[in-house]
Design a protein around this ligand. Structure first.
Ligand SMILES: [Fe+2]
Length: 242
């Protein structure tokens, strides 16, 4: 049977009700909180500086989608879970109108920037960013820690904390009816850990079968595939294994 079309998937994690959206954003109604991860803004400029080409519309696409999700969710708070900017070359390429968009969105919502491995230095030290006072290494939210990536020295099933993180940009391939297959970015969760997909356009992805991703998440209990404008909860037997 083909997975049913949905515009959001509600699920429970850490005794909280979450809503996964086709864009790869998460909404937590109890906290009026919207979470996105891995925008990688300016990745196209960074690649161009090394002679590799990505569509330069990447920043517009990511920011337009972010503005749209903030407005449609009507969330009071926004958290970016790290790797919001790709690198220092990406910052140089981002236009003043993009910074204006970031600044005006900052006026609409309580916005916290969690640092990731790509942007820790950028977020702390770039003079171009107007929101340095809203930068943190991680953010507790009830029993959940929102962070860029989980510690590698704590096995997921022995972790005393629930964690929501990005970093790995998970994607998966699933079997539809009639031998058709489709691929997309995805959420995956175990009992204690929930990994979000990359929100940014052209941010790339890592197959959920990659050992680094399985080690970070642990025993997977839920997979959700994003195929905008739809999103599906996926049965494990539909996942195409390599
Ligand atoms: Fe990333």
């Amino acid at each position: 049977m083909r997975p049913s079309l949905q515009s959001s998937v509600n699920f429970e994690f850490a005794r909280l009700e979450w809503r996964a959206l086709p864009s790869g954003a998460l909404f937590l109604p109890a906290e009026d909180l919207l979470v996105v991860s891995d925008l990688h803004l300016g990745k196209s400029y960074s690649f161009a500086s090394r002679g590799q080409l990505l569509p330069p519309s990447e920043v517009d696409l990511s920011l337009d989608l972010l503005v749209s999700e903030v407005r449609s969710s009507q969330a009071a708070r926004l958290v970016c879970l790290g790797d919001s900017f790709h690198d220092s070359a990406s910052i140089e390429g981002i236009s003043s109108s993009h910074f204006d968009t970031l600044e005006s969105l900052s006026d609409e919502i309580e916005w916290t920037w969690v640092t990731g491995n790509h942007d820790e230095e950028i977020l702390k030290f770039s003079e171009q960013l107007p929101f340095k006072d809203r930068v943190v290494g991680s953010l507790p939210c009830g029993e959940v820690l929102l962070e860029h990536q989980p510690p590698s020295d704590i096995p997921p099933d022995e972790d005393p904390l629930f964690r929501v993180f990005g970093h790995f940009h998970p994607k998966m391939r699933i079997m539809l009816s009639g031998n058709m297959k489709t691929t997309g970015k995805c959420f995956l969760a175990s009992e204690k850990r929930l990994c979000m997909p990359a929100f940014g356009a052209f941010a790339g992805g890592l197959n959920i079968e990659n050992p680094a991703l399985s080690a970070a998440v642990g025993q997977t209990k839920m997979t959700i595939l994003c195929r905008p404008p739809n999103i599906y909860r996926v049965d494990p037997d539909r996942i195409v294994r390599n």
